[in-house]
Design a protein around this ligand. Structure first.
Ligand code: NOJ
Length: 734
């Protein structure tokens, strides 16, 4: 409880319970631990999904201190009752911590995280997380399993939908924004929930993009790329972390003492707790790392996983391991201490309210407004031939075609189990509202995105004929991305391309709006249509957001945070790759050199690069200037550039700063994002953008965890995307 709240309490009741200091919390934890039995300690280290219906057996277990945490499930009344039993009927009165996957909203569903990242707008992302925290805490949830900040370089991996894009810096900035939104100003405020950085670590590097698959990541890459967003989330105060499913360099991430103890605890000083992913402790047996349940418990606890999710190896074997003197009981105390510390920080011991009623699920006006803005900013315009967009509001009739034009579930995407479905506004509904019923002609054409039939095509063609413009809502239904939803093909599933071809034949302008949880490949479709707008799974307010952009009430400003391949065969593909000794060239004499790093049958470049997105207006970048051509290690470089809006629309631009070190003891990526700004420009307006680059931003890891800045020559770009921009050069010297 913070002092401000205390002031209010004083005024109301004349008494005040001051927040415990960290030292007082430690004293309380020690006092508790000294009274706990081994069973009670192992109970704190155990988490199960909420026991459905809260049967007598579960009540008895809670009374006996068997469970430290429940997740995903239980009505507010059941949760309040279970908490009452834990606090008032268990021997030591230790409260339960309730977790839940609150990934991109709760009752109000925001765009999927990959979509949110395309906004490049940390403040808006923070506000969305704040709203999710308010809605979730109102039904008694204390803790969300978010943000997810796995770096994925392979769109086959279905969980790329939950990620914050391929760049470690951007993902870290956005993860930190989410942490701050979830946790609010004080963790013990009744509307704050604890964040959980996941999946620690390397999960997004699953070989061949197949979920749960093995990962091999050299330590330097692990630190430069995969760990970096986690470290930023840690700095932002993330209360907990989740250990991942994958094996990392031969050791399961949930039994990995190097990442969990050495890096997270010793190097980063993390003092919250680590929860395993779902049955990840048991899965160490299938990985071939643990011989049996006892061994799995031993390896998980030793590695530093404090709480076991779902499987019960800790509880079943912890005591025997201690009795046999195989496991040091101090490790158990350490884990329990970490868990209790977070429970104290959340105010669970200080009468944190445990709401027992179901509050109105209807999203607030503010929540819907944020959902609409975030969805709008996440939309990426990929193609706009001859400026077909925005559509004139005076356009006669619009044909709304495709399986995703009116599918609330699909537009919400993965992880939307608590969504208020009645608040979802589909593109079809929004279009009807904008234009009036009689100016919208609708035909789904296909029942779902996977539908391979063509019986609906004739109606779709008729709709296009009857209209002045056709808008096709294509892509992937929500079940095709997220956990356990990897794909080996990235094409539009089902007969969607065929449908688009038939509609295009009608000869009217055709706009494709693609809703998906990953970068898809749709080269042929893009050739046939006049414009392509990428909408991800845009959440509850996706419909109005899309219509605002189509009709110019908003100008598209989203920029890709994942590289879009031309074909699945290019995966893994990402902008911050190394050069190789034989880099391929797109133009000039080298373009014809066969013996460079490329393919015979497709270009080596992506279809759309990281950072890319079109606007209705045009931006001109000029006059990049540096405060100095050389800086010493420890100094700062001021980078200035002029950005002008030379088009007709008032719009946002995302200005990106990249660098490349030309030579170093370890090869460096061809570009690395160092900073970005979302700026707003009126037509004809020019703004100077200033970036402050410190030499710390240029540091990289050597083997053994040594962070280094090496002197040398650098290129720098102020750019609208990772494949273009205005270049300058500078030197770092000792
Ligand atoms: C498994 C998923 O990998 C993880 O992200 C999620 O938080 C847990 N299940 C709990 O639902």
């Amino acid at each position: 409880m913070n002092l401000r709240k205390c002031g209010l309490l004083m005024a109301l009741s004349g008494t005040c319970l001051l927040a415990a200091t960290p030292a007082e919390i430690e004293t309380k934890i020690n006092a508790l631990i000294s009274r706990m039995t081994i069973e009670e300690k192992l109970g704190q280290m155990s988490q199960s999904s909420f026991p459905k219906g809260l049967p007598d057996r579960a009540r008895g277990e809670i009374r006996g201190g068997r469970w430290g945490s429940f997740f995903n499930g239980g009505t507010p009344q059941e949760k309040a009752e279970a908490q009452r039993i834990a606090i008032h009927e268990s021997r030591l009165g230790i409260p339960i911590i309730y977790g839940q996957d609150v990934i991109h909203g709760f009752h109000t569903v925001f765009p999927i995280p990959l979509g949110q990242s395309a906004s490049w707008d940390p403040e808006l992302v923070r506000q969305a997380a704040r709203i999710a925290a308010r809605e979730a805490s109102a039904v008694g949830i204390h803790w969300t399993f978010a943000p997810m900040m796995d770096i994925a370089r392979d769109p086959r991996w279905g969980r790329i939908a939950e990620s914050l894009g391929e760049d470690p810096y951007l993902a870290g900035v956005l993860a930190a924004a989410m942490v701050s939104g979830f946790q609010g100003e004080a963790l013990d405020a009744p509307d704050s929930i604890a964040a959980c950085g996941k999946h620690y670590v390397g999960y997004g590097a699953a070989e061949a993009g197949r979920d749960y698959n093995t990962t091999w990541i050299p330590e330097t890459l692990l630190r430069d790329v995969y760990l970096r967003p986690f470290q930023m989330a840690r700095k932002a105060g993330a209360a907990t972390f989740m250990s991942a499913f994958n094996a990392l360099n031969g050791v399961p991430a949930s039994g990995n003492g190097f990442t969990l103890r050495h890096v997270l605890r010793d190097e980063w000083g993390f003092d919250g707790f680590v929860v395993s992913d779902y049955t990840a402790i048991t899965e160490m047996i299938a990985h071939g790392h643990a011989s049996d349940a006892q061994d799995a418990a031993l390896k998980g606890i030793r590695a530093g996983v404090d709480m076991e999710m779902v499987s019960t190896n800790y509880y079943d074997n912890g005591k025997a391991l201690i009795d046999a003197r195989v496991l040091d009981p101090k490790l158990i105390d350490q884990a329990v201490r970490n868990i209790l510390r977070v429970k104290f920080r959340l105010g669970l011991f200080d009468n944190r309210p445990q709401p027992a009623s179901t509050p109105a699920e209807q999203p607030s006006r503010e929540a819907l407004e944020i959902a609409r803005r975030l969805a709008t900013e996440s939309l990426v315009l990929l193609k706009d031939r001859n400026g077909v967009l925005p559509l004139a509001k005076s356009v006669g009739k619009v044909a709304v075609i495709g399986p995703l034009a009116d599918s609330p579930t699909d537009q919400m995407g993965t992880w939307a189990m608590e969504a208020n479905r009645s608040a979802v506004r589909t593109p079809l509904a929004a279009m009807r509202q904008k234009l009036g019923e009689n100016r919208v002609v609708q035909a789904a054409g296909l029942k779902t995105s996977r539908d391979t039939g063509s019986t609906g095509f004739a109606a779709a063609v008729d709709a296009a004929r009857a209209a002045d413009v056709a808008v096709l809502f294509l892509g992937e239904e929500s079940s095709l991305s997220g956990e356990a939803s990897s794909r080996s093909m990235l094409d539009l599933p089902g007969a969607q391309e065929d449908l688009a071809r038939e509609v295009a034949k009608v000869g009217k302008p055709v706009i494709a709006v693609i809703l998906a949880g990953r970068p898809l490949t749709f080269h042929n479709l893009a050739e046939q249509v006049n414009a392509v707008l990428y909408a991800w799974h845009p959440g509850a307010m996706g419909g109005p957001a899309i219509c605002d952009v189509l009709f110019g009430d908003a100008v598209p400003s989203g920029r890709l945070t994942a590289t879009f391949p031309r074909t699945v065969g290019q995966a893994p593909i990402y902008y911050n790759h190394m050069s190789t000794g034989r880099p391929a060239a797109e133009s000039g004499a080298e373009a014809n050199n066969k013996f460079t790093s490329k393919y015979l049958d497709v270009s080596f470049t992506p279809e759309y690069p990281f950072g890319f997105g079109l606007s209705y207006t045009a931006f001109e970048y000029s006059n990049v200037r540096l405060s100095s051509p050389r800086i010493r290690i420890g100094e700062k470089l001021a980078v200035r550039a002029d950005i002008a809006n030379t088009g007709k629309y008032e719009a946002d631009e995302v200005v990106q700063l990249y660098t490349r070190q030309l030579a170093a003891s370890l090869t460096r990526p061809v570009r690395e994002l160092r900073s970005f700004r979302r700026i707003h420009l009126h037509p004809g307006e020019k703004k100077e953008v200033l970036f402050e680059l410190s030499t710390d931003d240029l540091a990289f890891y050597r083997e053994g965890g040594e962070l280094t800045i090496e002197p040398g020559a650098f290129h720098l770009w102020v750019a609208p995307d990772s494949a273009s921009g205005q270049r300058a050069e500078f030197w770092v010297v000792r």
